[in-house]
Design a protein around this ligand. Structure first.
Ligand SMILES: N[C@@H](CCC(=O)N[C@@H](CS)C(=O)NCC(=O)O)C(=O)O
Length: 320
Protein backbone atom coordinates (compact mmCIF):
# COMPACT_ATOMS: atom_id res chain seq x y z
CA UNK A 1 0.00 0.00 0.00
CA UNK A 2 1.53 3.34 -0.99
CA UNK A 3 1.15 6.41 -3.17
CA UNK A 4 2.78 8.41 -5.94
CA UNK A 5 4.43 11.75 -5.34
CA UNK A 6 5.41 13.71 -8.46
CA UNK A 7 5.45 10.45 -10.39
CA UNK A 8 7.59 8.52 -7.88
CA UNK A 9 6.18 5.57 -5.94
CA UNK A 10 6.42 5.51 -2.12
CA UNK A 11 5.64 2.34 -0.15
CA UNK A 12 4.01 3.74 2.94
CA UNK A 13 0.59 4.21 4.44
CA UNK A 14 -0.62 7.82 4.07
CA UNK A 15 -4.30 7.67 4.80
CA UNK A 16 -4.85 8.61 8.44
CA UNK A 17 -5.01 11.97 10.16
CA UNK A 18 -2.22 11.79 12.74
CA UNK A 19 -4.10 13.66 15.46
CA UNK A 20 -7.57 12.16 15.25
CA UNK A 21 -6.67 8.70 13.96
CA UNK A 22 -9.40 9.07 11.36
CA UNK A 23 -9.14 7.43 7.95
CA UNK A 24 -9.18 9.96 5.11
CA UNK A 25 -10.01 9.13 1.51
CA UNK A 26 -8.55 11.10 -1.43
CA UNK A 27 -10.69 12.76 -4.08
CA UNK A 28 -10.34 10.89 -7.38
CA UNK A 29 -8.13 12.74 -9.87
CA UNK A 30 -9.36 11.67 -13.34
CA UNK A 31 -12.92 12.75 -13.88
CA UNK A 32 -13.64 12.67 -17.64
CA UNK A 33 -16.75 10.97 -18.98
CA UNK A 34 -17.48 8.70 -21.91
CA UNK A 35 -20.53 10.19 -23.63
CA UNK A 36 -22.59 9.12 -26.68
CA UNK A 37 -21.09 11.88 -28.87
CA UNK A 38 -17.79 12.59 -27.13
CA UNK A 39 -18.94 15.87 -25.61
CA UNK A 40 -17.78 16.68 -22.09
CA UNK A 41 -19.71 15.08 -19.21
CA UNK A 42 -20.60 16.59 -15.81
CA UNK A 43 -16.88 16.92 -14.96
CA UNK A 44 -13.61 16.92 -16.87
CA UNK A 45 -13.01 17.20 -20.59
CA UNK A 46 -14.63 15.80 -23.73
CA UNK A 47 -13.13 13.58 -26.41
CA UNK A 48 -14.28 10.22 -25.11
CA UNK A 49 -17.02 9.01 -27.39
CA UNK A 50 -18.78 5.71 -26.68
CA UNK A 51 -17.28 3.23 -29.14
CA UNK A 52 -17.41 -0.55 -28.82
CA UNK A 53 -13.98 -2.00 -28.03
CA UNK A 54 -12.33 1.34 -27.28
CA UNK A 55 -12.31 1.29 -23.48
CA UNK A 56 -10.90 -1.02 -20.85
CA UNK A 57 -11.92 -1.31 -17.20
CA UNK A 58 -9.21 -2.12 -14.67
CA UNK A 59 -10.58 -3.51 -11.44
CA UNK A 60 -9.64 -5.49 -8.40
CA UNK A 61 -12.18 -8.25 -7.80
CA UNK A 62 -11.62 -7.55 -4.11
CA UNK A 63 -12.56 -3.90 -4.19
CA UNK A 64 -16.13 -2.77 -3.49
CA UNK A 65 -15.69 0.47 -5.48
CA UNK A 66 -14.38 -1.33 -8.55
CA UNK A 67 -17.15 -3.88 -8.09
CA UNK A 68 -19.78 -1.20 -8.78
CA UNK A 69 -18.31 -0.60 -12.20
CA UNK A 70 -17.95 -4.32 -12.89
CA UNK A 71 -21.61 -4.93 -12.01
CA UNK A 72 -22.73 -2.04 -14.24
CA UNK A 73 -20.71 -3.48 -17.13
CA UNK A 74 -22.54 -6.81 -16.78
CA UNK A 75 -26.01 -5.43 -16.02
CA UNK A 76 -25.83 -3.22 -19.12
CA UNK A 77 -24.63 -6.06 -21.38
CA UNK A 78 -21.29 -4.40 -22.08
CA UNK A 79 -18.98 -7.37 -21.57
CA UNK A 80 -18.19 -7.56 -25.29
CA UNK A 81 -17.67 -3.84 -25.61
CA UNK A 82 -15.50 -3.04 -22.62
CA UNK A 83 -12.54 -5.26 -21.84
CA UNK A 84 -12.06 -6.20 -18.19
CA UNK A 85 -8.63 -6.46 -16.56
CA UNK A 86 -8.29 -7.53 -12.95
CA UNK A 87 -5.25 -6.99 -10.79
CA UNK A 88 -3.80 -9.35 -8.17
CA UNK A 89 -5.64 -9.47 -4.84
CA UNK A 90 -2.57 -8.57 -2.78
CA UNK A 91 -1.88 -4.89 -2.37
CA UNK A 92 1.51 -4.57 -0.70
CA UNK A 93 4.90 -3.26 -1.94
CA UNK A 94 4.29 -1.48 -5.22
CA UNK A 95 0.55 -1.32 -4.60
CA UNK A 96 -1.82 -3.08 -7.00
CA UNK A 97 0.09 -5.42 -9.32
CA UNK A 98 -0.36 -7.68 -12.32
CA UNK A 99 1.67 -10.56 -10.83
CA UNK A 100 0.42 -14.00 -11.81
CA UNK A 101 -2.58 -15.38 -9.97
CA UNK A 102 -6.02 -16.87 -10.43
CA UNK A 103 -8.25 -14.45 -12.40
CA UNK A 104 -5.41 -11.91 -12.77
CA UNK A 105 -4.95 -10.44 -16.25
CA UNK A 106 -1.57 -9.19 -17.50
CA UNK A 107 -1.73 -5.52 -18.46
CA UNK A 108 -2.49 -5.25 -22.18
CA UNK A 109 -1.77 -1.50 -22.37
CA UNK A 110 1.92 -1.14 -21.57
CA UNK A 111 2.77 -4.48 -19.95
CA UNK A 112 2.83 -2.76 -16.56
CA UNK A 113 3.99 -4.72 -13.49
CA UNK A 114 2.12 -2.37 -11.16
CA UNK A 115 -0.97 -0.25 -11.64
CA UNK A 116 0.91 2.92 -10.71
CA UNK A 117 2.71 2.71 -14.08
CA UNK A 118 -0.58 3.39 -15.82
CA UNK A 119 -1.14 6.46 -13.65
CA UNK A 120 2.27 7.88 -14.56
CA UNK A 121 1.77 6.88 -18.21
CA UNK A 122 -1.36 9.07 -18.19
CA UNK A 123 0.23 11.83 -16.10
CA UNK A 124 3.98 11.64 -15.58
CA UNK A 125 4.01 13.80 -12.43
CA UNK A 126 0.89 12.28 -10.86
CA UNK A 127 0.66 12.62 -7.08
CA UNK A 128 -1.87 10.72 -5.02
CA UNK A 129 -3.17 7.25 -4.34
CA UNK A 130 -3.28 4.64 -7.05
CA UNK A 131 -6.75 3.18 -6.95
CA UNK A 132 -9.14 0.93 -8.79
CA UNK A 133 -11.42 1.13 -10.67
CA UNK A 134 -9.67 2.72 -13.59
CA UNK A 135 -11.29 3.36 -16.94
CA UNK A 136 -8.71 3.40 -19.73
CA UNK A 137 -8.99 4.72 -23.27
CA UNK A 138 -7.05 2.46 -25.64
CA UNK A 139 -7.30 5.02 -28.46
CA UNK A 140 -5.44 7.83 -26.70
CA UNK A 141 -3.62 5.63 -24.15
CA UNK A 142 -4.82 7.52 -21.13
CA UNK A 143 -7.08 7.37 -18.11
CA UNK A 144 -10.63 8.54 -18.66
CA UNK A 145 -11.83 8.29 -15.08
CA UNK A 146 -10.89 6.67 -11.75
CA UNK A 147 -14.00 7.46 -9.72
CA UNK A 148 -16.35 4.51 -9.33
CA UNK A 149 -19.46 6.63 -8.81
CA UNK A 150 -18.83 8.31 -12.18
CA UNK A 151 -18.02 5.05 -13.96
CA UNK A 152 -21.15 3.33 -12.63
CA UNK A 153 -23.27 6.24 -13.81
CA UNK A 154 -21.67 6.68 -17.23
CA UNK A 155 -21.84 2.97 -18.08
CA UNK A 156 -25.52 3.23 -17.21
CA UNK A 157 -26.27 5.29 -20.33
CA UNK A 158 -23.24 6.23 -22.48
CA UNK A 159 -23.36 3.08 -24.61
CA UNK A 160 -27.14 2.89 -25.01
CA UNK A 161 -26.99 3.83 -28.71
CA UNK A 162 -24.16 1.45 -29.48
CA UNK A 163 -25.43 -1.82 -28.14
CA UNK A 164 -25.96 -1.59 -24.38
CA UNK A 165 -29.33 -2.87 -23.17
CA UNK A 166 -32.01 -0.42 -22.03
CA UNK A 167 -31.86 -1.15 -18.31
CA UNK A 168 -32.12 2.20 -16.51
CA UNK A 169 -30.11 2.34 -13.29
CA UNK A 170 -30.70 6.06 -12.78
CA UNK A 171 -34.34 6.73 -13.69
CA UNK A 172 -35.19 10.39 -14.18
CA UNK A 173 -38.08 10.42 -11.71
CA UNK A 174 -35.98 9.04 -8.84
CA UNK A 175 -32.71 10.90 -9.34
CA UNK A 176 -33.01 13.20 -6.38
CA UNK A 177 -33.89 10.36 -4.06
CA UNK A 178 -31.08 8.17 -5.41
CA UNK A 179 -28.49 10.96 -5.02
CA UNK A 180 -29.61 11.72 -1.50
CA UNK A 181 -29.52 8.06 -0.45
CA UNK A 182 -26.19 7.44 -2.22
CA UNK A 183 -24.56 10.22 -0.20
CA UNK A 184 -25.79 8.85 3.10
CA UNK A 185 -24.96 5.23 2.25
CA UNK A 186 -21.51 6.29 1.05
CA UNK A 187 -20.67 8.09 4.25
CA UNK A 188 -22.14 5.66 6.78
CA UNK A 189 -21.81 2.30 5.02
CA UNK A 190 -19.52 2.11 1.94
CA UNK A 191 -16.87 4.36 3.46
CA UNK A 192 -18.13 3.76 7.02
CA UNK A 193 -16.70 0.24 7.14
CA UNK A 194 -13.30 1.62 6.08
CA UNK A 195 -13.48 4.42 8.63
CA UNK A 196 -14.17 1.86 11.35
CA UNK A 197 -11.58 -0.62 10.10
CA UNK A 198 -8.73 1.78 9.51
CA UNK A 199 -9.36 3.94 12.58
CA UNK A 200 -6.24 4.33 14.67
CA UNK A 201 -7.99 5.72 17.75
CA UNK A 202 -10.95 4.45 19.79
CA UNK A 203 -12.79 7.71 19.13
CA UNK A 204 -12.38 7.48 15.39
CA UNK A 205 -13.64 3.87 15.46
CA UNK A 206 -16.69 4.73 17.54
CA UNK A 207 -17.49 7.72 15.34
CA UNK A 208 -17.76 5.32 12.42
CA UNK A 209 -19.26 2.15 13.83
CA UNK A 210 -22.31 3.80 15.47
CA UNK A 211 -23.57 5.55 12.30
CA UNK A 212 -22.78 2.42 10.26
CA UNK A 213 -25.19 0.23 12.22
CA UNK A 214 -27.77 3.02 12.60
CA UNK A 215 -27.82 3.28 8.81
CA UNK A 216 -28.03 -0.50 8.30
CA UNK A 217 -30.98 -0.55 10.74
CA UNK A 218 -32.64 2.25 8.77
CA UNK A 219 -32.07 0.50 5.45
CA UNK A 220 -33.50 -2.72 6.89
CA UNK A 221 -36.74 -0.88 7.77
CA UNK A 222 -36.80 0.94 4.46
CA UNK A 223 -36.76 -2.42 2.66
CA UNK A 224 -39.82 -3.74 4.55
CA UNK A 225 -42.18 -5.03 1.85
CA UNK A 226 -39.88 -3.74 -0.90
CA UNK A 227 -37.50 -5.43 -3.31
CA UNK A 228 -35.35 -2.39 -4.08
CA UNK A 229 -34.28 0.76 -2.25
CA UNK A 230 -35.76 3.42 -4.52
CA UNK A 231 -38.74 3.71 -6.86
CA UNK A 232 -39.68 0.02 -7.01
CA UNK A 233 -36.88 -0.93 -9.40
CA UNK A 234 -33.21 -1.84 -9.32
CA UNK A 235 -31.13 1.34 -9.40
CA UNK A 236 -27.54 2.34 -8.84
CA UNK A 237 -28.45 2.90 -5.17
CA UNK A 238 -28.90 -0.87 -4.77
CA UNK A 239 -25.69 -1.64 -6.65
CA UNK A 240 -23.70 0.74 -4.47
CA UNK A 241 -25.04 -0.69 -1.23
CA UNK A 242 -24.76 -4.27 -2.45
CA UNK A 243 -21.00 -4.35 -3.06
CA UNK A 244 -20.51 -3.53 0.62
CA UNK A 245 -23.18 -6.03 1.77
CA UNK A 246 -21.52 -8.92 -0.07
CA UNK A 247 -18.22 -8.28 1.73
CA UNK A 248 -19.72 -7.57 5.12
CA UNK A 249 -20.01 -10.94 6.86
CA UNK A 250 -16.86 -12.58 5.45
CA UNK A 251 -14.61 -9.52 5.88
CA UNK A 252 -15.86 -6.30 7.44
CA UNK A 253 -17.50 -7.99 10.43
CA UNK A 254 -14.16 -9.48 11.55
CA UNK A 255 -11.36 -7.60 9.83
CA UNK A 256 -12.84 -4.09 10.20
CA UNK A 257 -14.45 -4.79 13.62
CA UNK A 258 -17.94 -4.05 12.27
CA UNK A 259 -19.33 -6.73 14.54
CA UNK A 260 -22.47 -5.33 16.16
CA UNK A 261 -24.60 -7.37 13.77
CA UNK A 262 -24.07 -9.38 10.58
CA UNK A 263 -25.96 -8.96 7.31
CA UNK A 264 -27.49 -12.39 7.84
CA UNK A 265 -29.10 -10.97 11.01
CA UNK A 266 -31.02 -8.49 8.83
CA UNK A 267 -33.62 -10.44 6.81
CA UNK A 268 -34.33 -7.65 4.31
CA UNK A 269 -30.69 -6.75 3.69
CA UNK A 270 -29.82 -10.44 3.32
CA UNK A 271 -32.69 -10.82 0.84
CA UNK A 272 -31.44 -7.81 -1.15
CA UNK A 273 -27.96 -9.32 -1.20
CA UNK A 274 -29.38 -12.51 -2.68
CA UNK A 275 -31.75 -10.72 -5.09
CA UNK A 276 -28.98 -8.83 -6.83
CA UNK A 277 -26.62 -11.79 -6.75
CA UNK A 278 -29.18 -13.84 -8.64
CA UNK A 279 -29.63 -11.33 -11.45
CA UNK A 280 -28.19 -12.39 -14.76
CA UNK A 281 -24.38 -12.26 -14.86
CA UNK A 282 -23.98 -10.63 -11.45
CA UNK A 283 -22.77 -13.76 -9.61
CA UNK A 284 -19.75 -13.99 -11.93
CA UNK A 285 -18.55 -10.61 -10.68
CA UNK A 286 -18.16 -11.98 -7.15
CA UNK A 287 -14.84 -13.63 -6.30
CA UNK A 288 -14.56 -14.51 -2.62
CA UNK A 289 -10.98 -15.70 -2.98
CA UNK A 290 -9.88 -12.22 -4.06
CA UNK A 291 -12.13 -10.56 -1.49
CA UNK A 292 -11.00 -12.57 1.54
CA UNK A 293 -7.32 -12.82 0.66
CA UNK A 294 -7.04 -9.17 -0.32
CA UNK A 295 -8.25 -7.71 2.95
CA UNK A 296 -6.75 -10.15 5.42
CA UNK A 297 -3.37 -10.42 3.68
CA UNK A 298 -2.84 -6.86 2.45
CA UNK A 299 -3.55 -4.81 5.55
CA UNK A 300 -0.54 -5.47 7.74
CA UNK A 301 -1.42 -2.58 10.02
CA UNK A 302 -4.56 -4.29 11.21
CA UNK A 303 -3.76 -7.98 10.61
CA UNK A 304 0.03 -8.20 10.89
CA UNK A 305 0.33 -11.96 10.35
CA UNK A 306 -2.00 -12.06 7.38
CA UNK A 307 -4.03 -14.96 8.76
CA UNK A 308 -7.20 -15.49 6.73
CA UNK A 309 -10.00 -16.66 9.05
CA UNK A 310 -11.71 -19.93 8.16
CA UNK A 311 -15.26 -18.62 8.41
CA UNK A 312 -17.96 -17.67 8.00
CA UNK A 313 -19.17 -19.25 4.79
CA UNK A 314 -19.24 -16.15 2.57
CA UNK A 315 -22.23 -17.42 0.64
CA UNK A 316 -24.43 -17.72 3.73
CA UNK A 317 -26.30 -14.42 3.45
CA UNK A 318 -26.73 -15.16 -0.19
CA UNK A 319 -28.19 -18.60 0.46
CA UNK A 320 -30.62 -17.56 3.22
N1 LIG B 1 -13.13 7.15 -4.65
C1 LIG B 1 -12.58 5.98 -5.26
C2 LIG B 1 -11.99 5.06 -4.24
C3 LIG B 1 -11.43 3.81 -4.82
C4 LIG B 1 -10.53 3.08 -3.81
O1 LIG B 1 -10.22 3.60 -2.74
N2 LIG B 1 -10.12 1.86 -4.14
C5 LIG B 1 -9.23 1.12 -3.26
C6 LIG B 1 -9.46 -0.35 -3.34
S1 LIG B 1 -10.85 -0.91 -2.44
C7 LIG B 1 -7.81 1.33 -3.68
O2 LIG B 1 -7.49 1.15 -4.85
N3 LIG B 1 -6.94 1.69 -2.74
C8 LIG B 1 -5.55 1.89 -2.95
C9 LIG B 1 -4.98 2.97 -2.08
O3 LIG B 1 -5.77 3.71 -1.48
O4 LIG B 1 -3.77 3.09 -2.04
C10 LIG B 1 -13.68 5.31 -6.04
O5 LIG B 1 -14.78 5.14 -5.54
O6 LIG B 1 -13.42 4.94 -7.19
Amino acid sequence: MGYLKNGTWHDEWAHNDEDSGEFERDESAFRNWITPDGSAGPTGEGGFEAEPGRYRLYISLACPWAHRANVARNLKGLTNQIELVSVHWLMKEGGWSFREGECVTPDPAIGAQNLHELYTHAKSDYSGHVTVPLLWDTKTGTIVNNESADILRMLGSAFDRVGANDRDLYPEASREEIDELNDRVYDAVNNGVYKAGFASSQDAYEKAVGPLFAMLDELESRLDGKDWLVGGQLTEADVRLWTTLVRFDPVYHTHFKCNVRRIRDYPNLAALTLRLYELEDVAETVNFHHIRHHYYESHERINPHGIVPAGPDPLLPIRT
